[in-house]
Write a protein that binds this ligand. Structure first.
Ligand SMILES: Cc1cc2nc3c(=O)[nH]c(=O)nc-3n(C[C@H](O)[C@H](O)[C@H](O)COP(=O)(O)O)c2cc1C
Length: 351
C-alpha cells in the first residue's frame, strides 16, 4: 500500500512515504536558503511528497536561528533552486508556512517583540545568539492586528508558489501561533478569538480562507498536533478539539490534513487519528514514531492515506528504496539535528 499512488489535490504522489517537516537550521543570514539545503531536499526527492521545515511568513517571527523565510525576493530566488532541483529529480515539494508566535524571541528576531493569542509564555529557555535566555512573555495580539498576520500567511503561500513549490502546508501544530489560538491553556482570550472551539479556531480558519483563496485549496495542506505538549502546550479536551476541527475542515477542500498522533513527552494521550478519520473526508496523513511496517498496516486498514516520516527520512535520504527492499536503516544522529554544515545533514549514505 505504501507504494500505491495517491491523489493529493491536483498532484499524484507515486508513493505514500512523505518527508515530515524538519527544522534543520542551516539557512544563511537573512533567513535565505542555500545550496546545502538544495542538496538536502533533492537527495530526498523519491519521497511521495517532501514537506519543508517550517518557514517564516514574515520577518521577526522565528523560534530558531538560521531558519528560512518566504517573505522577500532573495528568499524566493533561493527557494527556486530547491524546488527546481527536487523537480529535476522527479519529486514534489510543499513548503510548511509558519509564524512562531510566543515561541519566537526578540533576541533572534532583530528586537521584534513577541506576540501570541495571550500574554502566556512558554516555560523554560530558548537558544539565542547570546546563549540560553528565558522565553519572552508575549504581548496578546489585538484583534485589529490579526488581519495583517492572516495576510502574511496568504502572501507567504503566493511567494511559495512563485518559488516553484507544488503547495504549502499551514503549520497549525507544535505550539506555534495558530496552535496558540487553538488550545485553551495558552489561549485565555475573552474576545471572538478565545473561549469556545469556534472562537479558538477562528484564526486558523481565517488563515485557511486567505491561503486557499490565494493559491487554490488543492495546493494547501494543514498540520495539527492536538496532543503535543511541546512548547508548554495543553488543551483541556484534545479529543473534542480534533473532532471539531476535522469536521469543520471538510468545507475547505484541502489537499490533505496531517495529524501528529501523540505527544513528544507522553503527557497527553488519546486516539486523535481515529477521530480525524471518522470526521474528515479528505486525505489524512499520519505521523510520529511510525515504522514502515506500522505505516503499511495503517494504510492497508484504511486508517490513514499516507505517513510522514521524520527522523527516519532525515537519516535515510533513500528511505522509499530502503522500505521497498526491506534494507536496514541508518540511525539518526541527534547531535547534528540543528548543527551547522553538511555533517549529519547531507552526508547520510544511500544504500
Ligand atoms: C530535528 C527535528 C525538527 C523538526 N522540525 C519540525 C518543523 O519544522 N515543523 C513541524 O511541523 N515539525 C517538526 N518536527 C516534528 C517532525 O515533523 C515529526 O513530527 C517528528 O519527528 C515525529 O515523527 P518521526 O517519529 O517520524 O520522527 C521536527 C522534528 C525533529 C526531530
Amino acid at each position: 500500500m505504501l507504494f500505491n499512488p495517491l491523489q493529493l489535490g491536483s498532484i499524484t504522489l507515486p508513493n505514500r512515504i512523505l518527508l515530515a517537516p524538519l527544522t534543520r537550521t542551516r539557512a544563511d543570514a537573512g533567513h535565505v536558503p542555500n545550496d546545502l539545503m538544495t542538496e538536502y531536499y533533492s537527495q530526498r526527492a523519491t519521497g511521495g511528497l517532501l514537506i519543508t521545515e517550517c518557514t517564516m511568513v514574515a520577518p521577526g517571527t522565528s523560534a530558531f536561528i538560521n531558519e528560512p523565510g518566504i517573505y522577500n525576493d532573495a528568499q524566493i530566488a533561493a527557494w527556486k533552486k530547491v524546488t527546481a532541483a527536487v523537480h529535476a529529480k522527479g519529486g514534489r515539494i510543499f513548503m510548511q508556512i509558519w509564524h512562531a508566535g510566543r515561541a519566537a524571541h526578540p533576541d533572534i528576531n532583530d528586537g521584534v517583540p513577541t506576540v501570541s493569542s495571550s500574554a502566556t509564555a512558554v516555560e523554560g529557555d530558548i537558544h539565542t545568539l547570546t546563549g540560553k535566555v528565558p522565553h519572552a512573555v508575549p504581548r496578546a495580539l489585538a484583534a485589529e492586528e490579526i488581519p495583517a498576520i492572516v495576510a502574511a500567511f496568504a502572501q507567504g503561500a503566493k511567494n511559495a508558489i512563485a518559488a516553484g513549490f507544488d503547495g504549502v502546508e499551514v503549520h497549525g501544530a507544535n505550539g506555534y501561533l495558530i496552535d496558540q489560538f487553538l488550545r485553551d491553556t495558552p489561549n485565555q482570550r475573552t474576545d471572538g478569538y478565545g473561549g469556545s472551539l469556534e472562537n479558538r479556531a477562528r484564526f486558523l480558519f481565517e488563515v485557511l480562507t486567505a491561503v486557499t483563496a490565494a493559491i487554490g485549496a488543492d495546493k494547501v495542506g494543514l498540520r495539527l498536533s492536538p496532543l503535543n505538549s511541546y512548547n508548554s502546550m495543553k488543551d483541556s479536551d484534545p479529543l473534542a478539539l480534533i473532532s471539531f476541527l476535522a469536521d469543520k475542515l471538510n468545507a475547505y477542500k484541502l489537499a490533505y490534513l496531517h495529524v501528529m498522533r501523540a505527544d513528544f513527552f507522553g503527557a497527553q494521550k488519546g486516539d486523535v487519528l481515529s477521530i480525524a478519520r471518522e470526521k474528515y473526508q479528505g486525505v489524512l496523513v499520519g505521523n510520529m514514531g511510525y515504522t514502515a511496517e506500522e505505516a503499511e498496516e495503517a494504510i492497508s486498514a484504511g486508517k490513514l492515506d499516507a505517513v510522514a516520516f521524520g527522523t527516519s527520512f532525515l537519516a535515510n535520504p533513500d528511505l522509499p528504496a530502503r522500505i521497498q527492499l526491506k534494507a536496514p536503516l541508518n540511525t539518526p544522529d541527534q547531535s547534528t539535528f540543528y548543527s551547522p554544515g553538511a555533517k549529519g545533514y547531507t552526508d547520510y549514505p544511500t544504500l
